[in-house]
Unconditional design. Sequence first.
Length: 250
Amino acid sequence: MQPTSLTEETIKHQYTLLCASHEKFLKKFGVKLPKLQDTEGNFTKDALVLVYLSLGYPKTKPVSKTELTHFIRSFYPDTPDVQQARHLGAQSGWWIVAGGRDNIVASLRRGWYQLHTLEKPYPSFHLGHRITETANWALLKKQYGFRCATCGSEEGEPHLHWPATKTKIQIAHKDPNKPLVAGNIIPQCQKCNRADRNRWVYDDKGRVIKLADANFVRNFDTMVRWKIYKILCREFRDKNPHKNEREIFE
């Protein structure tokens, strides 16, 4: 598909619409609005990609990376490959759906993108991107965009996976083996917090990084437990499990 040719006037008009939506809906979540032009008056790549994806909003169309690259090359001929669509979503907070990833809002092929909405931030986007260690619950929820760190469901809205249930955001442990204090707190919905309360250790993005309760491996199927057993045998092959733990791990 050939990229749409946009005049300078069209680009500036579309960017004005983006600015209005950003100010009304997205700024409060820390979504980053790219500058339209650099110091030399050239359109920035981020702004061009966002403008292109937002054409026809709210009825946007899926756009391939190839199409975006061709469009950007009309301004920057030496551009090898456009990565801005992905960065504008996860890093800057614009809700751009990427094909080939697990998502529930659009069915896209790998290498395709579509702007989903200008009224809500990207579900896993965290205000300011970097999460500070804070015990201020109201501030922490705001940093996470009032969403569950694990599934992305928004507080007060229908749950993404249980649409008939209103999402409630709760204080949850990152590591249930440690106290519920600053640095060990993430916001989770009632579903994620209830189901996995003591099983897993999470990172700042609500992703599972390890087991919190070793006994939970008993729930794994036989093949998985056998693989775990072989790994542990290789690591601790000369260790006696009945010895003092301090002696084993020195």
